[in-house]
Design a protein around this ligand. Sequence first.
Ligand code: FES
Length: 97
Amino acid sequence: MKPDDDVCLCFHVSQRKVCAYLKREQPKVASQLTECLGAGTGCGWCVPFLEQLHRQWASGDEPGLLVPAAGYAARRSDYKASRKSDNTPDVDASTND
Ligand code: FES
């Protein structure tokens, strides 16, 4: 994944924005990344990736996701479809118009 690729697809929060937030705000826990433009507060797909970025940063490594951007959005679509089949509520920003 490149720096300008979106980690949070619901709120279009790029990896660059998340990394800048980590360095600037130094959140103690990954859940504080929700304060970075709402990252992770939609469908929830990106939460494990946000947690990974936080773990990398907290351990002193340069945060960066190695997942290929090409399949990232498709995997999120599969995730959302599987959640709907479980009748799990989906709070996606794209449906809040
Ligand atoms: S992709 Fe981040 S909450 Fe949906």
